[in-house]
Design a protein around this ligand. Structure first.
Ligand code: ATP
Ligand code: MG
Length: 377
């Protein structure tokens, strides 16, 4: 099997690593340069979408901000999974919100803003405090504003108006501010026959809008809610592949924040912590193979490595610590790799996270330090 991935970043890279044992070969298509590249070495192996499609058995995607004309061409080939509809829902918050409503899953109250009058109506409908997000192109908390006081409305509007003006199709989605206790996500797979397999929920810590720490958790009640919502969304899209749902946990009730129609950063822990990792399960699903077990095999956390290209020796020296570099050039704040840390039981994992805080830099790994500080209290 030969799978073409739209996007040539770390997710395509990790799909390639997971596909090799199954004889699934991955090529990556860099949407910007239009080059077909090897997902591990980045060596250019071809050029142009037509030839990329020609040689592939299956086409999938590692990100959702893909120009619609490219999606249309891929879909027309009959090889594209999940679907352009699913990718568009992940890339446009207006479509995403409509999908969540249609699937009947709880999400934050919202209002779409195209002009200043809409903004005033949004303030009335959604209320203050509110979170404002660009409909297109947002990631890692970028393209967002917080309105906490009506007095801020004029200055925020000036910035939002500029954002709306950049693209003809851009808009802003206003959302009620959700006073959540914590954030969790569910990564799961849906196969061509409609069967669904979900991983245990992950509890996620974000620092300045970017995921920094993600830990698989066991919570029967929340898991049940999350799986029901996952299945509703996946069925609505007739989805094939791995899909992630991000949630706010408000006193034990889950609200969907957003969806990602692809393998997800909060599912990287599955490489060491689950029977079958998310990358293998995505490939299994899109290649029409049976899904692999999503069972938790040991307590696992994932720590993102942001803006750093080296780690202290102590990390690799620690039992149950696995480092995954993405082979990228160092840039401030860039996702450079991640560490999966495993314990035989929760207490051991917690002890290891505390030990890691002793060797990892406090500014580069704030979530690990915060964890250790809370743990020792
Ligand atoms: P991602 O990198 O996950 O794609 P994103 O840029 O698409 O991020 P969101 O996940 O929508 O953005 O928001 C980023 C973070 O901002 C969330 O993880 C959450 O901490 C906070 N946030 C978003 N929406 C709300 C809300 N309605 N109420 C409170 N906090 C929110
Ligand atoms: Mg998010």
């Amino acid at each position: 099997m030969h799978v073409l991935v739209l996007g040539a970043g770390q997710l395509a890279r990790m799909m390639s690593l997971a596909g090799a044992p199954l004889n699934i070969k991955i090529s990556a298509y860099d949407v910007g340069s239009q080059n077909i590249v090897h997902p591990l070495t980045q060596t250019v192996i071809g050029h142009g979408l037509d030839s990329a499609i020609e040689t592939a058995d299956v086409i999938t995607a590692e990100f959702e901000h893909i120009p619609h004309d490219i999606l249309a061409i891929c879909e027309q080939s009959g090889k594209f999974l999940p679907s352009s509809e699913a990718i568009k829902a992940g890339g446009d918050r207006r479509i995403e919100k409509g999908l969540l409503d249609d699937a009947g899953v709880r999400n934050a109250k919202y209002y779409v803003i195209n002009n200043r009058e809409d903004f005033d109506r949004a303030i009335e409908h959604v209320g203050i405090p509110m979170v404002l997000k660009s409909a297109l192109g947002g990631y890692d908390g970028k393209g967002q504003w917080r309105l906490k006081d009506p007095a801020q409305a004029d200055s925020i509007w000036a910035e939002m108006a500029e954002c709306i003006a950049t693209t003809e199709t851009q808009a802003i989605v206003a959302e009620e501010f959700v006073p959540f206790n914590r954030e969790v996500s569910l990564v799961g797979a849906r196969a061509k026959d409609g069967s669904v397999a979900v991983y245990p929920l992950a509890e996620n810590v974000h620092t300045d809008g970017v995921l920094t720490l993600s830990t698989a958790i066991a919570d029967t009640e929340l898991q049940q809610q999350a799986k029901q919502m996952f299945t509703a969304v996946a069925n609505k899209l007739n989805y094939v592949g791995v899909l992630a749902l991000e949630f706010f946990d408000v006193d034990g009730t889950l609200l969907v924040n957003e969806i990602a129609p692809r393998v997800h950063n909060s599912g990287h822990w599955t490489q060491q912590g689950a029977e079958t990792c998310q990358f293998e399960n995505h490939l299994r699903a899109v290649c029409g193979l049976p899904l692999g077990s999503t069972k938790l095999i040991r307590s696992t956390s994932m720590i993102n490595i942001l803006g750093e290209d080296s780690l202290p020796q102590a990390v690799l020296e620690m039992d149950g610590c696995h480092v995954h570099w993405y082979g990228k050039e160092k840039r401030a704040g860039r996702k450079m790799g991640h560490i999966n840390v495993c314990g035989d039981y929760n207490g051991e994992l917690q002890r290891k996270l505390c030990a890691l805080a002793d060797s990892l830099d406090k500014d580069a790994f704030p979530a690990v330090h915060e964890f250790a500080a809370n743990f020792s209290e």
